[in-house]
Design a binder for this molecule. Structure first.
Ligand SMILES: Nc1ncnc2c1ncn2[C@@H]1O[C@H](COP(=O)(O)OP(=O)(O)O)[C@@H](O)[C@H]1O
Ligand SMILES: [Mg+2]
Length: 309
């Protein structure tokens, strides 16, 4: 038996003529966090919806906790937690009553339901606000209550679709700690994010999605390796010089990526700085700033998604 808790093979989902997912493969081993990283519109939510049986795929196959999402949807739904979808919080009820109600709906007895609610309120640092109506909660508290609600049934696989979007830095940090705690206890997590920092911090493995396709996957270190250990960043005083500078660097054998006034290119050694200076000099350009740096996940994402496009 395989120990993959999420498996997708060539998943396709189209909305009219637009393919939101265009043959996506994914493999998430038990007890790990996979970060699904991509900008707005990359297809993250669509993939989560297919995996959680909310949307039927148009092609390919997917299994969650060993069950096929199309033919065994009921079995899948019994084993997953999905923030803010299955477990919708009633604003007029207290945090505690919301959790008790969900536990009761899932078949728990009164005592068991109260016990589970108390446990989750404690875990999510909501005990003090347990008796207050959910509508009085701050954004971060509300997000934690949503997450608690999705965990009432002790799911084996947890889907978190951009869980920290809109939270302040303290709220984000609190949520990251909770996710780390869940994984320590054996949960398997698929987390979508637009934040590189978040994927870097939380995920054992990162899958980069761009326009419905997987453009890279691996650990954050592997992704960084793929674009080279180091980068040269050239800042130009005049935006109009960007195409000429790009051409010059390409001519010198580099693969620059342009963003605003800067060009970033992966390099293998610090000698590349001299190469860049000479290449720019040959076309009569001068960098207003020149820097050598370790690649961030952001560089990786940019490089990979530009390549894909
Ligand atoms: N229900 C829908 N009907 C039509 N197009 C959709 C629908 N849902 C998503 N899309 C399109 O599919 C693409 C992927 O969307 P989505 O999965 O929401 O991306 P992400 O979650 O990464 O921002 C986008 O181009 C989006 O406009
Ligand atoms: Mg989305």
């Amino acid at each position: 038996m395989t120990d993959l808790m999420i498996e997708a093979h060539g998943v396709v989902k189209a909305f009219g003529a637009h393919k939101a997912l265009d043959g996506v493969d994914l493999a998430v081993p038990r007890g790990t966090v996979t970060g699904l990283l991509g900008h707005n519109g990359a297809g993250k939510t669509t993939l989560v919806n297919v995996l959680t049986t909310m949307l039927p795929p148009d092609g390919g196959r997917a299994r969650v906790a060993g069950f096929d999402v199309v033919t065994q949807g009921h079995d899948v739904r019994g084993r997953i937690g999905l923030t803010g979808q299955f477990a919708s919080v009633d604003e007029s009820m207290s945090g505690r009553d919301n959790l008790v109600l969900i536990a009761r709906l899932l078949g728990a007895g009164v005592r068991e339901a109260r016990g589970r609610a108390a446990e989750l309120l404690e875990l999510f640092d909501l005990s003090d606000a347990a008796k207050r109506a959910a509508r009085t909660y701050s954004g971060g508290m509300r997000r934690r209550l949503d997450l608690a609600a999705s965990l009432v049934g002790s799911p084996e696989v947890i889907f978190l679709d951009e869980p920290t979007t809109g939270l302040d830095p303290a709220g984000r940090l609190g949520l990251w700690e909770i996710v780390e705690g869940l994984v320590k206890e054996g949960s398997t997590v698929l987390l979508t994010t637009q934040y590189l920092e978040e994927a870097d911090r939380l995920a054992d493995s990162i899958t980069v999605l761009s326009q419905g396709r997987v453009v890279a996957s691996g650990t954050s270190a592997e992704l960084k390796d793929r674009v080279g250990r180091r980068t040269v960043t050239v800042t130009l005083a005049d935006h109009a010089d960007v195409p000429a500078a790009c051409g010059a660097l390409e001519h010198a054998g580099l693969e620059p990526v342009a963003a605003d006034n800067t060009l970033t290119a992966p390099v293998t050694s610090s000698r590349a700085l001299a190469v860049v200076v000479r290449a720019l000099d040959e076309v009569g350009l001068e960098a207003s700033e020149l820097a050598l740096g370790e690649p961030t996940l952001d560089d990786v994402y940019l490089t990979l998604s530009r390549h894909a496009a």
